[in-house]
Write a protein that binds this ligand. Structure first.
Ligand SMILES: [Zn+2]
Ligand SMILES: [Zn+2]
Length: 180
């Protein structure tokens, strides 16, 4: 199985703040989880006409720059992400792979003209990180209302989810953790 989860901080958040997130994520997956600062080259993935980064290009960069490791790696970035067929994505992950990326941009209340609330933003980030990592452990989208693996298009939907996978997804995750 993967030996650890590495949270790569390429956002404006402090590494220490992400320490809390790291602990929460580690509890969900039952695996050592730690934070490091990341030097991602966002230029290559940046699409000037859209003003966003191509998340698939970022995943490729994550894979190339950290080849010698079986650790899951998830980058947290402060730029807006897209895939060509969608206006935006909160994040993207390799299904059954090792790389994932999540953007903080659309998780923040002020993005929607609402009052800043870092705790709300942070709770959303935790859930999205768990969600994308769940994909790297082979979990698909789930239809259970509160399951963290439910697909979300709006932050309101993220707010309705819990941090933990539902019973069924938890069982699938256990099997995946044994086999990886
Ligand atoms: Zn998903
Ligand atoms: Zn589920």
């Amino acid at each position: 199985m993967a030996s650890a989860i590495n949270i790569l901080n390429a956002s404006k958040l402090e590494d220490s703040r992400l320490g809390e997130l790291s602990q929460a994520v580690g509890r969900v997956f039952g695996i050592r989880t730690y934070v490091t600062s990341a030097n991602l080259n966002l230029d290559k993935a940046f699409d000037a006409s859209r003003g966003q980064c191509n998340s698939t290009a970022l995943l490729a960069e994550l894979l190339n720059s950290y080849k010698q490791s079986d650790e899951k790696r998830i980058a947290i970035v402060g730029v807006d992400l897209f895939i060509p067929v969608l206006t935006f994505v909160f994040g993207e992950a390799q299904l059954n792979g090792i790389a994932a990326v999540v953007s903080t941009v659309r998780l923040a209340n002020p993005f929607y003209g609402l009052l800043p609330n870092e705790d709300i933003d942070f709770g959303r980030l935790e859930k999205e990180v768990v969600h994308e990592l769940g994909h790297t452990f082979g979990l698909y989208h789930c239809h259970q209302f509160e399951c963290v693996m439910r697909s979300s298009t709006y932050v309101e939907e993220i707010d309705l989810k819990r941090l933990n996978p539902c019973n069924r997804c938890s069982e699938l995750l256990k099997v995946a953790m044994l086999n990886k």
